[in-house]
Design a binder for this molecule. Structure first.
Ligand code: ARG
Length: 566
């Protein structure tokens, strides 16, 4: 694909002494609208060296460069040199590349197979997999796909919350009020009931908390009954989580959760001890982080039990030793900012230079209309219910609008689940939002179904045409505004994907494929495709084919399917 920016850089640096290509590239901007050109070079920074005003420099530069084969017009507007690219060249270069690469368009090997761990989802066992987890789950999955697409060896890790004092509580509750069969029929809601009951009862009866602590200690000491119960709870929980992961098409490379690190803690504690960063405080062990303006990190309680943060430190060391990661990414809510800052600092204090490769990718909170979610109070929306309802809703719509569609059930799943995923990935991840059934189940406007439908529409035109698509076409037939607008958006997809990776922000891709869908629908509306003029038809079909491929790629990166028919 022609890189117009670097063509400008070559051109300008050949005219201006002492200005390297790279320097020019850094100056180049995209004008606010295409009437002002496709690219602009501001001349303010050159004024000093030239001892002339930016306007005069721009005028002189534009004067000597004139047009060339890549640019149909180069002219100055005040202090800017504006470049108007040769549209036919643009269209030809982009569509040929898309045609050659198809769904791989935009993928590269900049990752050089380096290991990138993407840790995401990581729910707590025996607790609901709720709407609050959807964010880490789909953002993480998208990032995993994006890193892979760019040539990294991405590793999907689910750091299950399968350890901690809450298991002591669950064991007590189960022994007091639980029934194995009832739980096996409907594990998480039943375990949740027990958990809630435990908290209600514990308010009246202090003794329960002591019992729970006891059971957790037994679990740590590998008491047979405790371990058996814990294993069973983990198993039934995972079964439920896997149902959701299957719906979302998510596969993890590792489920090494918190419990996996229980025997790896002594070594880490030992390292901290040797570094002299552990201090005793009221019988507990802490790391004092006051010099870094953070509260102390509690590493080991006075009863000897370790904590969430201790396990995170042990896990990071383990991951470095096991995967020698290039980046170690944690997709975890912004409520845990301090937690990550604290333990990243501890890794640094342990003199691990890879501390800087550990990256927390935070996201905003989801609340419910009735207030914040609370597991203890039973105020939760199950993720599985959200997905199922979205699929039901899609089925209804299909029955109304297209009852003869083949594979209705499958398409309803792809579109219903896709709608939820897309909505989740549409906004900048750091934004908080309030979950609303209404918004989730309304498919109006800029939604997943809209983009998927655009893909299916492109596909149906291609089907109807019954023509072999070729890139041997007359590109001068695609220089009208509607076509060029689409092509420009296709052209920038590779950069958008790289930006999404660098900022760990999948929403760039969501927005971009929405823009492509909108531009394509305008083209579709204004430029009839299946016309009698064979050459024109061939040319327009190549554009349709390119859009179909690029949208499919984008949806795939977000973790969504692209049904051929809708
Ligand atoms: N299980 C935790 C929770 O549900 C999230 C774990 C995040 N990952 C980590 N390495 N701390 O809040």
């Amino acid at each position: 694909m022609i890189n117009f920016k670097s063509e400008i850089a070559k051109l300008v640096s050949s005219q201006v002494e002492n200005l390297s290509q790279k320097e020019v590239e850094e100056l180049i901007e995209i004008p606010p609208n295409f009437d002002m050109g496709d690219y602009a070079m501001p001349c303010f920074k050159l004024a000093k060296a030239f001892r002339k005003s930016p306007n005069i420099i721009a005028e002189e530069l534009a004067g000597i460069m004139k047009e060339n084969k890549f640019f149909e017009k180069i002219e100055n507007a005040g202090p800017y040199v504006n470049f108007f690219i040769n549209k036919e060249k643009l269209v030809e270069s982009v569509l040929k590349e898309v045609f050659a690469k198809k769904e791989k368009f935009g993928s590269t090997n900049i990752g050089e197979d380096k290991n990138v761990i993407v840790e995401f989802s990581s729910p707590n066992i025996a607790k609901p997999f709720h709407i609050g987890h959807i964010r880490t789950t789909v953002i993480g999955h998208a990032l995993y796909n994006i890193y892979k697409f760019l040539g990294f060896n991405a590793i999907a890790v689910n750091h299950l919350g399968d350890y901690g004092t809450q298991f002591g509580k669950l064991i007590v509750a189960y022994k007091e009020w639980g029934d194995r069969e009832t739980i096996e029929c409907n594990p998480i809601p039943e375990l949740l009931k027990l958990y809630i009951k435990f908290h209600e009862e514990a308010e009246k009866n202090q003794d329960l908390d002591d019992q729970a602590r006891n059971w957790f200690t037994k679990l740590e000491n590998e008491n047979e009954e405790a371990v058996e119960l814990w294993k069973w709870i983990r198993e039934v929980s995972l079964k439920e989580f896997n149902r959701v992961y299957n719906m979302l098409n998510i596969k993890f490379d590792s489920f090494a959760g918190e419990s996996f690190y229980s025997d790896k803690m002594p070594r880490v504690l030992d390292m901290m001890e040797k570094k002299g960063i552990l201090t005793k405080s009221q019988g507990a062990e802490i790391v004092d982080l006051e010099p870094y303006d953070m509260p102390p990190a509690l590493i080991k309680k006075s009863d000897g039990s370790t904590l969430y943060i201790t396990r995170d430190i042990a896990a990071a060391v383990y991951r470095k030793e096991t995967y020698n990661f290039y980046k170690n990414i944690y997709v975890v809510g912004a409520q845990q900012n301090l937690h990550f800052q604290q333990w990243f600092k501890i890794i640094e204090l342990l003199d691990y230079e890879w501390a800087q490769d550990c990256i927390h990718v935070p996201f905003g909170m989801v609340s419910l209309e009735e207030g914040t979610m609370s597991t203890r109070k039973g105020r939760v929306v199950f993720l599985e219910d959200v997905l199922n309802k979205a699929v039901e809703q899609t089925k209804k719509i299909i029955e109304e609008r297209n009852p003869n569609l083949e594979n209705k059930e499958k398409v309803a799943e792809q579109v219903g689940v896709g709608a939820v995923v897309f909505q989740e990935l549409y906004h900048n991840r750091i934004k908080d939002y309030e979950f609303s059934w209404e918004r989730t189940l309304s498919f109006q406007g800029e939604t997943g179904p809209y983009v998927q439908y655009t893909h299916a529409r492109a596909n149906s035109v291609l089907d109807k045409a019954e023509l072999n698509i070729t890139d041997d076409i007359d590109y001068s037939l695609l220089v009208n505004d509607e076509s060029v607008e689409v092509v420009r958006l296709l052209e920038s997809l590779p950069d958008v994907v790289i930006n999404a990776m660098e900022k760990n922000e999948p929403s760039y891709i969501t927005r971009h494929i929405t823009d492509i869908a909108q531009a394509f629908n305008k083209f579709y509306h204004d430029c009839p495709i299946l016309v009698d003029d064979e050459e024109l038809k061939k040319a327009r079909l190549l554009l349709v084919y390119s859009v179909k491929n690029v949208i499919k790629t984008g949806l795939g990166l977000l973790g969504m399917e692209a049904p051929e028919k809708m």
